[in-house]
Design a protein around this ligand. Structure first.
Ligand SMILES: NC(=O)C1=CN([C@@H]2O[C@H](COP(=O)(O)OP(=O)(O)OC[C@H]3O[C@@H](n4cnc5c(N)ncnc54)[C@H](O)[C@@H]3O)[C@@H](O)[C@H]2O)C=CC1
Ligand SMILES: O=C(O)C1=N[C@H](C(=O)O)C[C@H](O)C1
Length: 244
C-alpha cells in the first residue's frame, strides 16, 4: 500500500484525485489537505503527496514535502524560475526524494506534445492555441508552455528557421505570448475544461493536432501512474513523458 496525501483537496483537481486514490486498491488516502490546514501534520505518514493547489505558494509546499521526505507528484502549473530553484535547493539536501512537475497528466496531451514536436520539424509555421475554463489562474497554460518549449527545442535541433511573421503593427497581445519563439494564444470560455491545438502550416497545407479533456477524470490514470512510480525516480523531473 502507498499512502497518499492530497494537497489542494477541496479544489476541482484535488477532489477528483481523492476519489481516484480512494478507488485504487493499492493506494490509501492518508490526508486531504486544504487551504489553511496544517501541512506538516497532514504530511505525517504520507509516502507521496499529490499537489493540486493554485500557483501561489506552491514552491513552498513542494519544498516542505521534500524536507519531510515525502515524494511530490505536482499538477499545479504557473511555476516561476525562482520557484523551481527553491525546489532544487530542497532536493539538494534530500536527493533520494522524487518530485514530478507534470503540466498535464492526460495521456492524449502527452502524445499531442510528442507528435507536435515531431511535426514542427517539417513545417514552416507553427502556433499553439490553448482553450480553458475561465476559472484558470495562469496563462498560457502549463501544457501550452511545455508544448511550445518542446516544439522550439525540436526545431532548433533540426535547424528550422523561426515561423515567418511580417507583423509590424499590432495591438498588445494580438499575436499571443512568445514562448521560446513560438506564439501561444490563450482562450478562456465558460463551458470548456482543457483543450489545446497545435497549428502547423506549409505551402498549400495545414496540419492541426488537437487534444480535448472533457472531464478531469482524463488526468487520473497519469496521476496514479506517477504516484506508483515516483519512489523509484529521485530528483526533479518535468513532464509525465519521462515516466511513460
Ligand atoms: N497537471 C495536470 O494534468 C492538471 C493541472 N491542473 C492545475 O492544477 C491546479 C489546480 O487546478 P484546479 O483544481 O482547477 O484549481 P482549484 O482552484 O479548483 O483548486 C485549487 C485548490 O487548492 C487550494 N489551495 C490553495 N492554496 C493552498 C494551500 N497552501 N494548501 C492547500 N490547499 C491550497 C484552494 O483552496 C483550492 O481548493 C492549477 O494550477 C491547474 O492549472 C489542472 C488540471 C490538470
Ligand atoms: O487549469 C486547468 O484546468 C488545467 N491546467 C493544466 C495546464 O495549465 O496546462 C492542465 C490542463 O490544461 C488543465
Amino acid at each position: 500500500m502507498i499512502s497518499v496525501a492530497v494537497i489542494g483537496a477541496a479544489g476541482r483537481m484535488g477532489k477528483t484525485t481523492c476519489d481516484a486514490v480512494e478507488a485504487a486498491a493499492d493506494l490509501t488516502l492518508s490526508a486531504r489537505i486544504g487551504s489553511g490546514d496544517d501541512l506538516l501534520a497532514g504530511l505525517k505518514g504520507a509516502q507521496v503527496a499529490v499537489v493540486m493547489t493554485g500557483p501561489e505558494g506552491v514552491d513552498d509546499i513542494v519544498a516542505t514535502c521534500v524536507e519531510q521526505g515525502v515524494h511530490a507528484v505536482v499538477g499545479t502549473t504557473g511555476w516561476t524560475e525562482a520557484g523551481l530553484a527553491k525546489v532544487q535547493a530542497a532536493l539538494a539536501s534530500k536527493p533520494e526524494v522524487g518530485v514530478l512537475l507534470a503540466p498535464n497528466f492526460a495521456l492524449g496531451a502527452v502524445l499531442l506534445m510528442r507528435f507536435a514536436a515531431e511535426a514542427a520539424k517539417h513545417f514552416e509555421s507553427v502556433e499553439v492555441v490553448e482553450l480553458h475554463h475561465p476559472n484558470k489562474a495562469d496563462a498560457p497554460s502549463g501544457t501550452a508552455r511545455h508544448t511550445a518549449q518542446q516544439i522550439a527545442a525540436a526545431r532548433r535541433e533540426a535547424g528550422v528557421a523561426p515561423s515567418p511573421d511580417a507583423t509590424t503593427a499590432a495591438l498588445d497581445g494580438a499575436r499571443g505570448a512568445d514562448v521560446d519563439g513560438v506564439r501561444v494564444h490563450s482562450v478562456r470560455l465558460r463551458g470548456l475544461v482543457a483543450h489545446e491545438e497545435v497549428l502547423l502550416g506549409g505551402p498549400g497545407e495545414q496540419l492541426t493536432i488537437r487534444h480535448d479533456s472533457f472531464d478531469r477524470i482524463s488526468f487520473m490514470p497519469g496521476v496514479l501512474l506517477a504516484v506508483r512510480q515516483i519512489a523509484g525516480r529521485p530528483g526533479l523531473v518535468q513532464g509525465l513523458e519521462h515516466y511513460l
